[in-house]
Ligand binder design. Structure first.
Ligand code: CA
Length: 229
């Protein structure tokens, strides 16, 4: 999965739940990441501000300083380290408010480890964008925004390409229609989630062998979509 990674990337976990830190550390190390951790907000902030990390995994409710405090201070110091928040169930965090603190993504506890890994990989990919990506008989050149199928160019609208790129960057993650609307269409979009479905149907027409039985863009019942390429 991480064969393309030549230098190990460093993740800082700031979390006061020791058992979760152990589980996360173990799992992420097995995936080839270097992992460091802090059990409270002050130590977490101190470490985060060194800028030595490729990604910060922050709990929100922490002793001494909250995850939001850390996030805000990190952004104030002009560090653009990707930040993924781990939020407790029932802790409703308005995504827009959170993004004002400079966070990049959220995951609600309890979360699926595969989902966390997919989110982490997506954030690291965005920080160091890939020039191209291939799956099945499809190739994407991100720099020229060109997609080819069996070597033949496929025409994408700007929106379709943006959506496709988001799917590829978040491969393996389950993406809700709301997230896709926010990320691909923008916060103020007066669009309905139906728009997402329509565009997914168009993407399937372009990349799937049989759009009626998609193998790359899957519908996750009651959740949204998942790209498996
Ligand atoms: Ca906590």
């Amino acid at each position: 999965m991480n064969l393309e990674r030549t230098m190990s990337q460093k993740i800082l976990i700031v979390e006061d739940e020791a058992s979760l830190v152990m589980t996360l550390t173990d799992r992420l190390q097995r995936n080839g990441y270097e992992v460091d951790s802090a059990g409270d907000g002050e130590v977490g902030l101190e470490k985060a501000l060194t800028g030595a990390y490729d990604l910060l995994l922050l709990d929100v409710m922490l002793p001494l300083k909250s995850g939001f405090d850390i996030c805000r201070k990190v952004r104030q110091s002009a560090l653009d380290t990707p930040i993924l928040f781990l939020t407790a169930r029932g802790q409703t965090i308005d995504k827009v408010t959170g993004l004002q603190f400079g966070a990049d993504d959220y995951l609600t506890k309890p979360f699926d480890m595969m989902e966390l890994e997919a989110r982490i990989e997506a954030l690291l990919r965005r920080a160091a964008p890939e020039a191209s990506y291939s799956f099945g008989n499809i190739s994407i050149d991100f720099r020229s925004a060109q997609v080819t199928k069996n070597g033949v160019p496929v025409v994408f609208s700007a929106r379709e390409f943006h959506l496709f790129r988001y799917l590829v960057e978040h491969r393996g993650a389950t993406l809700s229609r709301e997230e896709l609307l926010t990320e691909v269409w923008g916060y103020d979009a007066m669009t309905s989630t139906r728009t997402v479905d329509v565009h997914m149907a168009w993407l399937r027409q372009k990349i799937e062998e049989n759009p009626k039985f998609p193998v790359w863009i899957l519908t996750v019942r009651g959740m949204g979509y998942k790209f498996t390429g």
